[in-house]
Design a protein around this ligand. Structure first.
Ligand SMILES: [Cu+2]
Length: 68
């Protein structure tokens, strides 16, 4: 298991936080997600054999946000 923090742009309320959390949790291989609205960040614990930045970026962008 690895951990990383990605910067997420475009979040403005707790609804956005829930959306980003949900789409990241749905990425296969992701174990744990914590999203901070204040810091504009998502902390992830994941299996690097199954998921990575490319998958995180796609999930976030498909939900209407951006990885910055
Ligand atoms: Cu929102």
């Amino acid at each position: 298991m690895e951990t990383t923090v990605i910067k997420v742009g475009g979040m403005s309320c707790q609804g956005c936080v829930r959306s980003v959390t949900r789409v990241l949790q749905e990425v296969p291989g992701v174990e744990k997600v914590e999203v901070s609205l204040e810091r504009g960040e998502a902390s992830l614990a994941y299996d690097p054999a199954r998921a990575g930045l490319r998958e995180f970026r796609k999930a976030v962008e498909d939900a209407g946000f951006e990885v910055v």
